[in-house]
Design a protein around this ligand. Structure first.
Ligand code: ASP
Length: 330
């Protein structure tokens, strides 16, 4: 019997599955099995099986899809997992899985910035790098990773930072955790695992509604009318406000936040993209001390998309505001 690791490749669609059709536009056409069959070198590193999970653009992947992915992973006995996924939302699925991944097995997401009909197609190289990463013992206990362009990113730090270049992915604030060199995995740091939820606690009967958490970006002079519409609609249980600077909003917005916190959980992030939201510096209306007194949760260093996922999972798990606040202290 072979001593190669058994890796399950779970195909979700995205550019990595695209080729151009007769009209010259890129569309999903390659199955997971075809992707694997196109890369003869894979057999040198792992035994790969495939399952076709979805064949869609990643902008349509939902929280429920991510939970189903985890269910699929937990129902199989493979040594590691490669998920091929659209790059537009790969960081969201990776972050979600990282918060609920309970075993030490590696889960590695990958995609392509250039589809398979282009001369610069990067899909095959990315799948090979992801499979090598998933099959390497050094990847155990590192949670969920994203591998593209021979670079290994931790799910909690990775973000897409360019629309089209093959090096579109970066990790903030600390940088990537490893890379591939001559098809060998180099890991330069070890991360502490960070499972915050048990998948069994995420089976809410009204999952789609309860997890419907919008993000609104605030700006100078925000009159708060959009927030008023949202809270008056009484359709939402949670909301992310991507605030200015250390997590600040205008005075009119602060007035609306005061009302909104009676209806829903409001979390404030910073649209700056790096650093932590403040807690105890500024005393003006709309600054962090005022907003905390009005009942918001400050998101710390999570960006708006990450904060949204953490709030979604918290709401699905049925947590109260105090328990949710505690989850944000990560
Ligand atoms: N639109 C694609 C997606 O599904 C883009 C990509 O995969 O790079 O995210």
């Amino acid at each position: 019997m072979s001593n190669k690791k058994r890796i399950l490749l779970i195909a979700c669609g995205g550019t990595i599955a695209c080729t151009t059709d007769a009209t010259g536009v890129a569309k999903q056409s390659l199955s997971g099995e075809q992707l694997v069959n196109n890369i003869s070198q894979l057999a040198d590193y792992a035994e790969i099986e495939t399952v076709q999970f979805r064949q869609i653009n990643s902008s349509s992947i939902t929280l429920n899809d991510a939970l189903e992915l985890m269910k699929l992973i937990n129902s199989t006995e493979h040594d590691g997992y490669v998920i091929t996924h659209g790059t537009d939302s790969i960081e969201e699925t990776a972050f979600t899985l990282d918060l609920i991944h309970s075993s030490s097995k590696p889960i590695v997401l990958t995609g392509a910035m250039r589809h398979a009909s282009l001369p610069s197609a990067d899909g095959n190289a990315n799948i090979l790098a992801a499979a090598i990463t998933a099959a390497d013992a050094k990847s155990a206990d590192q949670g969920v990773m994203v591998v593209l362009n021979d670079t290994v990113h931790a799910a909690r730090f990775v973000t897409k930072a360019h629309t089209s270049r093959p090096d579109a992915f970066i990790s903030k604030p600390g940088g990537a955790i490893g890379w591939l060199s001559e098809n060998r995995l180099v890991m330069i740091t070890r991360l502490q695992r960070r499972q915050l939820f048990n998948p069994e606690d995420l089976r809410h009967p009204d999952l789609v509604n309860i997890s419907n958490v919008p993000i609104i970006t605030s700006y100078s002079g925000d009159d708060g009318k959009l927030l008023k519409l949202i809270s008056d609609s009484k359709q939402f249980h949670g909301l992310i406000i991507d605030g200015l600077g250390g997590g600040h909003v205008s005075e009119l917005m602060a007035e609306q936040i005061d009302i909104a916190t009676n209806e829903l959980i409001v979390v404030i992030t910073s649209r700056t993209g790096e650093g932590s939201t403040l807690q105890e510096t500024y005393g003006n209306i709309g600054s962090e001390i005022d907003l905390i007194n009005k009942g918001v949760i400050m998101a710390g260093w999570l960006n708006a998309t990450q904060a949204r996922i953490l709030l979604q999972l918290s709401l699905v798990a049925g947590l109260d505001k105090h328990a949710i606040e505690h989850k944000f202290l990560i």
